[in-house]
Write a protein that binds this ligand. Structure first.
Ligand SMILES: [Zn+2]
Length: 172
């Protein structure tokens, strides 16, 4: 069975890693650095959450998209009600899970950003080692990495298809 999401600490920082190898860090973000990505929150719920905040109720962290040079603010992907409630309650910051991005060069030499897997960064590789997780050395995928094949299943199938094409493209 595939592993489930796990929470792990490294150098005093808290991370969670999912079965696909993507990872988030739990951080404290000032409300001014957050940006909403949707509207239509229920005012009554925001109000109720705000009262709970003020009473000291612990809230689960919200989720945000990590910052990149393109977008220096944390965009909220989950937890708009909790964010608005924190504002209403007069909190200065909230706890949030943030993901990481890595740059890549796209069409026309432009720099784009994609979600980082643990195999993409030194920090992530440190987490993977801590968790005893292995990844495909060819593409960096975690989920279907096969130690017996030395690559992930997707790369293995792709290599087989390439080998068939090299044989002359015959469809046997
Ligand atoms: Zn692979």
């Amino acid at each position: 069975m595939a592993p489930t999401e796990v929470v792990v600490t490294l150098d005093g920082r808290t991370f969670r890693a999912d079965p696909c190898g993507f990872y988030d860090e739990l951080i404290e973000i000032s409300l001014g650095s957050l940006e909403m990505t949707e509207g239509g929150q229920y005012p009554e719920r925001v109000h109720r959450y705000a009262r709970m905040y003020q009473a000291g109720s612990p809230f689960p962290p919200i989720s945000v998209a990590g910052v990149t040079p393109d977008c220096p603010r944390y965009r909220i992907t989950n937890g708009h009600h909790r964010y608005l409630a924190a504002r209403q309650a007069g909190a200065g910051s909230v706890r949030a899970w943030t993901c990481f991005y890595v740059p890549f060069t796209g069409a026309g030499g432009r720099t784009y950003y994609r979600l980082a897997r643990m195999s993409d960064t030194d920090l992530g590789r440190g987490l993977a080692r801590l968790l005893g997780r292995e990844w495909c050395p060819r593409c960096g995928r975690f989920l279907d990495y096969r130690p017996d094949l030395g690559v992930c299943l997707a790369c293995h199938l792709w290599c087989q298809a390439e080998a068939r094409m090299a044989e002359g493209g015959s469809n046997r």
